[in-house]
Each structure stands twice: as C-alpha cells, then as structure tokens.
Design a protein around this ligand. Structure first.
Ligand SMILES: Cc1ncc(COP(=O)(O)O)c(C=O)c1O
Length: 405
C-alpha cells in the first residue's frame, strides 16, 4: 500500500454517532448524514415525553409543544441569518421547498415568454420542478455552462441573462463536484437583470456558515437529513415580502384564516405554506441538529472537510488511472472515476472493504452528460470522518485496481 501523508485531523466526533460502527468508513454524507446522539435523543424525547400536536390543542402539553416548535423555527432562522422566523417555512426537504416556489411563486408570476436560468450542474430537484412550471406557464429554461474546473460560469451567465429572466435557481454547492458558488455575485447578476435568486443550499448548510441576508438571495432551501437531522423535514426561507405575495400551493388545515363554502381566506406566511399537521418531532430533531453543528462550529467543519478533500484529491491523483472531477477547493465532496471500472463496481468492492461511497448519476444526469460519463464514484465527508477513512478509501481503490488488473 502507498503511504499517504494525511494532515486532516478528525474532529473526533465519531463517538457521537452510534450508527457508525468501528472500522466502517462512511463517505456518503452528501446523500444523507449519519445522526449524532443529541439528535436521536431529541427525537426520542419528542415521542416518549413531550409529544402532542401543535397550533391546535387547548391543553397544556400541546401549548408547550407549540412553544417548542416555534422556538425551533427561531433557531433555524438564526442559523441561516434570516431576518425573521416568519420567513422560515417547514417543508419535507429541499425538493419540496423548490417545488413550493416553482408552483406558488412561479404559478403566480411566470408568463409566456418569461425565462428561468438554471445551471448544468443542478440536482434534478432544481431542474424538474422548473420544467413542470415552465411547461404550464409557457416559460423557457436557459442553462448556464460550467468552467473547466466545474464551477457555474458566472461570466457566461452574465452574458446570457436578459430582462425576460424572472428567476435564477442555482446550487450553492454542487452535490457532485463540491464546487462552491459565488452566491453574492450570482445574486447581484440576477438582480441586475431584474430576476430573483433561489439557492439550493442542501450541500452548503452542513459545511459552511450561511447567512441568507448577507448573500442577498431571495429564496434558500435545504434538507434536514443532510445536516445530521431527521429525514422528512427541511426548510424554505423566502424574503418576507415575496412569501406574503405568494398564493398557497397546498390547501388544508392550519393554512387558513377562515373557511366557508362562499370563500376561504388564508393565514399569513409561514402557516399559509404549511397545510396539515406538520412533522412536529422532525422539527425538534432539526433544531437539535442545528444546535449540534453550531456547537462544533461551521467554520471548523468547513476547514476540516476542506483538509479531507485536499488529502483525498492528493492521494487519488497519485493513483494511476483515477480521474478526478471538480475543483481542488471543493467543499466536502470528491467525485472520481477509475479507468475501465464502472462506478457501481468500485462501490461494491469498496463496500467489501467497509468503505461506503455513492456510485451513480447523483440525480444530476445533465452534469453526467457534460462530463461524458454515465456515473461517477463519490466520496463525501462529515464531522465523523478523518484520515483513517481516506487511507481506507485508498486501500480499497488499490484492491479495485488489483481485481480489474
Ligand atoms: C444539491 C442538492 N439539491 C437537492 C437535493 C434533494 O434533497 P432531498 O432529496 O433531501 O429533497 C439534494 C439531495 O441529494 C442535493 O444534493
């Protein structure tokens, strides 16, 4: 085995994660993060001690749960620098958040001839909802190209933007390449053209401090489960005046002001967009996840993952026949290919060495087409990873090469 000089230091938080057994290298955090004990405990407490519905009960338990639920909303607002917790809409995840904006804002605002700007590296959940509303509204989609090293090419995008563009929707961090968007510049470019900017922050919030007000975007979405929180809960942040002008997209309980067969009026945001009984305990779990990453510090997590990316890229580039994708300063994610070996085979052989990576198109088929591949192998990091995981990955890849000659 080759020697690799690893300087990335583990944050030493692996002990917080009961589902990571000793000797298992979990390198699939970009798909979903493992859960730390405080999150598991918050969920267990939510069901075993404090459980009740919110915003409905007149009894004390429900009032207390409502207070806890709204306190979580304030914590999430603070976490992403939202000016008001009324701008935080709880959704199932980033996918639902983008669909909400596309259907509600897009349905009310997009007209025939309007244009939507996306990029070549978007996740399907930041493509398909826009295709659906574009077809309904008669709008067109443009696709910003990428630079050689896999960033959204904002110079090119600036040339492509016109007064017909109504919204620009971009990944803050690519889930395949790890490339980080210059979000402030993207916001300025969108606004100069008279368009709004939606950022898909799924891969950003777990690995860098995010301040939506400082970034200057208009909508921001992320999923709780990639941030060490539960599945089934995510966040849409929108500027207050935009949310206030948007129609509801789902009808039901909790989103109304008054209902009659003569006509129904709706609650103000965020309730207007939260029809039905919410994922009460999911919100408590998300709050615990936010508290967990804030305790470690997003700067520290970002620096830790940047070091792991650097070490991994160095180690993999010294292996013959490995092709690396994305920029050297990628955030927490390294995609690669091994010449002559399908990524699924890489993933299967690595699994035999107790290394879990993702292999596939990563819900980014247009990006795969751009890269000229069907699939890539992807290692992605979290607070539980350290140099030992990189060494295990390299050992596993040497075995892949031995098996495939
Ligand atoms: C960049 C990006 N956007 C959107 C999503 C969709 O997230 P979810 O499936 O949690 O809604 C993902 C998940 O892989 C992602 O990585």
């Amino acid at each position: 085995m080759m020697d690799i000089a690893v300087s990335a230091r583990p944050l030493d938080h692996v002990a917080d994660f009961p589902a990571i057994p000793h000797g298992w290298s979990y390198l699939d955090t970009a798909a979903t993060a493992q859960k730390p004990q405080p999150v598991i405990e918050a969920i267990a407490r939510g069901y075993s001690e404090t459980y009740a519905t919110v915003h409905r009960g007149v009894y004390q338990r429900s009032s207390e749960m409502t207070l806890a639920f709204e306190a979580a909303r304030r914590r999430v607002a603070g976490f992403i620098g939202a000016p008001s917790s009324d701008e935080i809409v709880f959704v199932r995840g980033a996918t639902e958040g983008i669909n909400l904006v596309a259907q509600s804002w897009g349905g009310a605002n997009l007209k025939p001839g309007d244009r939507i700007m996306l990029s070549r590296l978007e996740h399907h959940s930041n493509i398909v909802p826009w295709q659906m509303i574009a077809e309904r509204a008669g709008a067109e989609i443009d696709v910003a190209p990428l630079t050689q090293d896999g960033r959204i090419d904002l110079d090119q995008m600036a040339q492509m933007l016109t007064g017909r563009h109504r919204i620009v929707a971009l990944a803050h961090v690519s889930n395949v390449l790890g490339s980080v968007l210059d979000a402030k510049r993207a916001a300025a470019l969108a606004h100069d053209a008279g368009a709004l900017l939606l950022l898909d922050g799924c891969q950003a919030v777990p690995r860098m401090p995010v301040d939506v007000a400082a970034l200057g975007c208009d909508f921001y979405v992320f999923s709780g489960h990639k941030l060490y929180g539960p599945t089934g809960i995510g966040v849409l942040w929108g500027r207050a005046e935009l949310l206030a002008a948007m129609p509801p997209w789902q009808g039901g309980g909790a989103m109304i002001d008054k209902v009659s067969f003569e006509g129904t009026s709706f609650a103000p945001p965020p309730a207007r967009f939260e029809a039905g009984t919410p994922h009460v305990v999911g919100v408590l779990g998300l709050e615990a996840a936010v508290a967990y990453v804030e305790r470690i510090g997003l700067e520290a997590i970002g620096a830790h993952e940047a070091a792991l990316v650097r070490e991994t890229r160095e180690a993999l580039s010294s292996l013959n026949s490995v092709r690396l994708f994305g920029p050297d300063d990628a955030a927490g994610i390294v995609s690669f290919a091994v010449e002559g070996v399908h990524p699924h085979d890489i993933g299967t052989i690595l699994d035999e060495s107790r290394v879990a990576i993702r292999a596939g198109h990563h819900c980014a088929q247009p990006l795969m087409a751009h890269l000229g591949v069907d699939a890539t192998a992807r290692a992605s990091f979290g607070v539980y990873n350290g140099p030992g995981d990189i060494a295990a990955l390299v050992r596993g890849l040497e075995r892949v090469r031995r098996i495939f000659g």
